[in-house]
Design a binder for this molecule. Structure first.
Ligand SMILES: NC(=O)c1ccc[n+]([C@@H]2O[C@H](COP(=O)([O-])OP(=O)(O)OC[C@H]3O[C@@H](n4cnc5c(N)ncnc54)[C@H](O)[C@@H]3O)[C@@H](O)[C@H]2O)c1
Length: 270
């Protein structure tokens, strides 16, 4: 039996039907949290909830259909959590989309869509979750999903990279707000590099929907993949009281990718 590092906590994981959100939901539940899996994909979202509840025979997890880009939907989701659980301790603002496009061939509609799902959604999530988190008087933890794409300059994902830069700037302002409010809510972001999920398989295949085989095929590429479970471990750490003094930062999960010197640069080997 694991240490139950978030025992008794209530956690909302957006985009919990797939990839990293699914891994986060499974791990938080295994570590004792009641988990609300929210997603637009109700079939896979309900399957994640079933997997959690089947594992220990409880009704610890529920699914809520949720479009994170929709303000009214956010209000309804938070109201449902309030009436079902009366509290919220952990928010993982994970849901996101990616569509390749550089500065010239990205349309304004694509820019707005990507930024609304990836970034505006996290503004809405923080805005509507904080009052419920404050209600317990015990504080909480918000984990916002950023990406190494906001650190690199990746020309072919202009809107995506910008959306993640916005996430990190938002994270710092919300963390500072919570410090000033004295509400004991911590707000951090994570910046994973290449994680082996359906989102990347869609990018690799050029298809809008992918199978597990497509995700498995990513292993044939020379990329040093990060697994969703590796990211979930960092989410669990940030969600738990083990990270009590960590606030307002971005954690890179990148196998050291962002500290590599330029090709041919100085190293101990030359
Ligand atoms: N995979 C990577 O390499 C990588 C790296 C860094 C950051 N990220 C980010 O991690 C997060 C999760 O990505 P993933 O790789 O696990 O992808 P994924 O495609 O496996 O999962 C994303 C989930 O978000 C859901 N979603 C999409 N739009 C939504 C909306 N409007 N409302 C609610 N749910 C919605 C999808 O249905 C899906 O279940 C995203 O924010 C992504 O940008 C991914």
């Amino acid at each position: 039996m694991s240490g139950l590092r978030v025992q008794g906590k209530v956690a909302l994981v957006t985009g919990g039907a797939s990839g990293m959100g699914k891994a986060d939901a499974l791990l938080l539940a295994r570590e004792g949290a009641s988990v609300i899996v929210s997603d637009m994909d109700s079939q896979n979202g309900r399957a994640v909830v079933k997997q959690i509840n089947d594992a220990d025979g409880s009704r610890k997890a529920i699914f809520i259909e949720h479009n994170v880009a929709d303000e009214e939907n956010w209000k309804a989701v938070i109201a449902e959590i309030q009436s079902s659980y009366g509290r919220l301790d952990i928010l993982v603002n994970n849901a996101g989309v990616m569509k390749p496009g550089n500065i010239l061939n990205t349309s304004l509609e694509e820019w707005k869509w990507i930024n609304s799902v990836n970034s505006e959604s996290q503004f809405l999530g923080c805005k509507y979750a904080i009052p419920l988190m404050e209600a317990s008087g015990e504080g909480g933890s918000i984990i916002n999903m950023s990406s190494t794409s906001m650190v690199y300059g990746i020309s072919y994902v202009a809107a995506y990279s910008a959306s993640k830069g916005s996430v990190d700037a938002l994270t710092r302002t919300v963390a500072m707000h919570c410090i000033e409010a004295g509400n004991k809510i911590r707000v951090n972001s994570i910046q994973p590099d290449s994680v082996r999920t359906p989102l990347v398989a869609k990018l690799a295949t050029g298809n809008d929907s992918v199978s597990q085989a497509d995700v498995d095929d990513l292993n044939k590429l020379p990329t040093q993949w990060i697994e969703p479970e590796d990211v979930a471990n960092t989410v669990l750490f940030l969600a738990s009281s083990e990270s009590n003094c960590i606030n307002g930062i971005a954690i890179l999960i990148d196998n050291g990718a962002c500290i590599r010197p330029p090709a041919g640069g100085a190293s101990d080997k030359n």
